[in-house]
Design a protein around this ligand. Structure first.
Ligand code: ZN
Length: 285
């Protein structure tokens, strides 16, 4: 007789754990609550679904599921960093890189390296970028996959700028499932305040911020007396546009990782040291 054994959290688990049962030769059915739900509320209360199997296999399945969950919580550090421009992701990634001893991998760097090394994929990317087009998903995926197969990325990595689309995220789950997608949470208002206050000296290139690192005389460089100006990227319209693009692109990804129980939200408004301490606590907790 078939009985309900373990509950599953999402379709990703259904696939993975189903494969394990397959390999173990344990007959089973995976029952999704999508099949049985009467409405959304009922569905949520029950979770994603469950495994039906012969009564005598129940103990073994419970054991295998515990093992599977442990393997999912490995000591590796396979991280994705998500966060809008102005969240300080670059600084955080370089601190985290030191701290966790894993490479910080951005798609921009991968593209540049591939182009410089004149690999097959690099030549393709070069042509596409030169034409002003976007690098298609499959090419980006191939390059990331290539990079993550290198020895230094075996124990972990921090991915920055990838994935940007659901197909990219799905591909990544296939060849290098991430442990955690860290979302650095910051409001649009705070981003605008941070970025729109930046000023650069026309003379020597020194950076200022009208609130956080103000020059002694407004609009004048302390170092060379040059005139300070706002870069086009830091103008409010440009920031607002970049934020909109970011939010549109990232919201589906946030939902994707939340659905896989892999999303970790970290407040990106305090100082980088405080953010790092918060991240440490949450990752090791
Ligand atoms: Zn100056």
């Amino acid at each position: 007789m078939y009985v309900r054994t373990v509950d599953l959290r999402n379709d990703f688990e259904a696939q993975r754990f189903g494969n394990i049962l397959e390999q173990e030769g344990i007959p089973h059915h995976i029952k999704s609550n999508h099949d049985t739900a009467l409405d959304g509320i009922f569905q949520m209360e029950l979770g994603w679904g469950y495994v039906m199997a012969p009564e005598e296999s129940k103990e073994r399945i419970v054991e295998l599921y515990a093992e599977y969950r442990r393997s999912e919580r490995s000591d590796s550090m396979k991280l994705i960093f998500l966060g809008p421009p102005g969240a300080g992701k670059g600084t955080l990634a370089s601190v985290a890189k030191e701290r966790y001893g894993v490479p910080h991998i951005s798609t921009g760097d991968i593209f540049r390296t591939a182009i410089k090394n004149e690999t097959e994929l690099g030549k393709k990317v070069k042509g596409i970028l030169a034409s002003g087009a976007l690098v298609p998903d499959e090419l980006t995926i191939a390059l990331v996959r290539d990079r993550l197969s290198q020895a230094d990325a075996k124990a972990g990595f921090i991915l920055d700028g990838f994935p940007r689309t659901i197909p990219q995220a799905e591909a990544l789950e296939e060849f290098a499932p991430v442990d955690t997608a860290v979302d650095f949470v910051i409001s649009n208002e705070a981003v605008v305040e941070r970025l729109s206050g930046r000023r650069v000296c026309k003379g020597c290139g020194k950076n200022y911020h009208i609130k956080f690192m103000a020059p002694k005389k407004p609009g004048i460089c302390d170092a060379c007396g040059g005139e300070l100006f706002t870069r086009d990227d830091d103008k409010i319209e440009a920031i607002t546009f970049r934020l909109k693009v970011y939010r549109d692109q990232t919201e589906p990804l946030i939902a994707y990782y939340r659905g896989r129980d892999k999303l970790l939200e970290v407040d990106a408004t305090p100082s980088p040291d405080e953010i790092q301490a918060d991240l440490d606590g949450k990752l090791n907790g």
